[in-house]
Design a protein around this ligand. Structure first.
Ligand code: ARG
Length: 517
């Protein structure tokens, strides 16, 4: 178009002249002139086919040490459905970074320290029963904790009792230490069962707040010496910020005790100095944004910190169906939600394929996959909706749709041979094939984007789009009935690669597939 004036010709005519001089190589199928004078090159099917194998090769994006911290449940509290977000997003990011060649480490920073343990110890000593707690630890411990708060409303002195128990606990009282250790062990056992049910959840380290018990005193001294931890009101120590919107960050209370913030400074320093992390991702609720701003801004005044940390935040989870049958107190128990998903999936399986073998496993893969994919496929920076019908639907952007697409492809591959009489290609066959072929190699690109933005939903969107292109190909292009052996072999190869990409992509999103459903 820029040449129009110079040559005194309309752009389309110039385009025609340009096209006429181009040697058609094997790379190009045909060249089109479109609109006012655009030249479109269509890559040949052979070239696209050559790229198929490339698509399955793992791209190496980096080799740096990256720590991903996620899940972070609190001891003696049940896992709620909201724990899905950090757990699923964090696990997927860890898996993606590993896949891309990074030296990834996952950490579960459990909440196993703090004044709440004084209250719990007091409540247990007062009203607890070993045998009852052993039977159903988290739920019984939660009851004791709730009872403590109810009683403390009537009798505020209980708060002092709780503080006292925590103080002697921190000082090393052996009875309290034993109790605490037992609470932690029992809780972790139960939490692990839920992780097992979710599947694919893996931590290189379970290092909670208690891991930093001994590090807090040196950390406080270090920060005071550098003048970063300043004495505030009544002898507490705080980090102060120029920004008026940022409240002082308390790192030591006036009674000398430490806080959540103190231990976070220790953990950050430890991960940088001991684990030599180049990057640390904190996959945590948006509600803790200020906390992490205060932490990272405070850390930037220490010589050991160089912007390694990122708060990978996510929005709230909204329940579309507020009256979920699993409501108990005010948390919706993750365990119950997972069981419900599997039993809902079982109903669907019974209905759709009553003769399937291994229905149990298919229902598990479908149900759990639906829950996980529902979280991972939504943009984490918006609120996430929890909608049973949508997540279990076989249409739209859902795990069952993708799993079904995969199983469909695999079933053709199993059959593999010519079936019956051949069918002529419909007119749009070449275009359908081209669209699918051209899209497969985008896997690596989209995966890289997902990693760069810490957004697995970018990968999920790709997988969904791939499944749509695949289904559109599958629904109109004959494969087993293709009119030549070559065409059939080529199409089977396309299906082989597509299903492999679907499977690899879903695995990175934490979703399993089955061969038949
Ligand atoms: N256990 C905390 C909670 O449930 C989350 C921990 C987040 N990680 C951190 N390093 N502060 O709120």
């Amino acid at each position: 178009m820029q040449l129009t004036k110079q040559l005194g010709l309309p752009p389309r005519e110039i385009a025609e002249k340009v096209v006429a001089t181009i040697d058609k190589t094997d790379l190009i199928d045909h060249i089109d002139i479109a609109g006012p004078g655009f030249i479109n090159f269509f890559i040949s099917q052979e070239q696209l086919l050559l790229q198929l194998d490339e698509a399955l090769k793992t791209p190496k994006l980096g080799s740096k040490k990256i720590i991903v911290e996620y899940s972070q449940p609190n001891i003696a509290k049940p896992l709620g459905v909201h724990h899905l977000l950090s757990t699923i997003i964090g696990q997927s990011l860890y898996d993606i970074f590993k896949y891309l060649g990074f030296d990834a480490t996952s950490i579960n920073y459990i909440g196993d320290w703090g004044t709440q343990f004084g209250k719990l110890i007091y409540a247990y000593k007062q009203w607890g029963d070993k045998a009852i707690v052993e039977k159903d630890p988290i739920s019984e411990l939660l009851k004791l904790y709730v009872k403590f708060h109810e009683e403390a409303e009537k009798n505020p002195e209980l708060d002092d009792e709780g503080r006292r128990e925590f103080k002697i606990f921190e000082e090393g009282d052996s009875e309290n230490r034993e109790l605490w250790k037992w609470f932690v062990e029992e809780s972790l056992k139960e939490i692990q069962k839920t992780y097992d049910k979710l599947g694919g959840i893996h931590f290189d380290y379970t290092q909670g707040e208690s891991f930093y018990e001994k590090a807090t005193t040196p950390m406080l001294e270090h920060g005071k010496k550098l003048g970063i931890f300043e004495e505030g009101e009544k002898g507490a120590f705080v980090v102060q910020y120029d920004d008026e919107n940022m409240a002082p960050f308390v790192v030591q209370k006036k009674d000398g005790t430490t806080l959540y913030s103190t231990r976070d400074f220790c953990a950050l320093k430890h991960r940088i100095e001991e684990y030599k992390a180049d990057h640390i991702l904190y996959v945590v609720d948006i509600a803790q944004t200020l906390h992490f701003k205060q932490l990272f801004e405070g850390a930037s005044r220490f010589p050991w910190y160089d912007d390694q940390a990122t708060h990978v935040w996510f929005g709230r989870m909204h329940l579309k169906d507020g009256k979920a049958s699993t409501r108990k107190g005010n948390v919706i128990l993750l365990n119950e939600v997972l069981d419900e998903a599997v039993s809902r999936a079982m109903k669907i399986v019974e209905e759709k394929s009553p003769d399937l073998k291994d229905k149990e496993n298919v229902a598990r893969v479908l149900g759990i996959g639906a829950i996980k994919y529902n979280v991972i496929s939504q943009n984490r920076t918006t609120d996430i909706t929890f909608d049973w019908d949508r997540m279990l639907s076989f249409e739209g952007n859902s795990a069952p749709y993708l799993q079904y697409t995969y199983a469909r492809g695999r079933s053709i591959l199993r059959r593999g041979k010519m079936e019956g009489d051949s069918i002529a290609d419909p007119e749009d066959a070449a275009e359908k094939i081209r669209q699918l072929l051209a899209f497969i190699p985008k896997f690596r690109e989209r995966l890289t984007d997902a990693a760069k933005e810490y957004k697995p939903n970018i990968l999920a969107n790709y997988i969904f789009e791939l499944a749509q292109k695949f289904n559109s190909f599958y629904n109109s292009v004959p494969v087993l009935k293709a009119s030549s052996d070559d065409a059939r072999a080529q199409r089977l190869k396309i299906i082989g690669t597509t299903t492999q990409v679907l499977k690899n992509g879903l695995a990175l999103l934490g979703v399993e597939v089955v061969e038949e459903m």
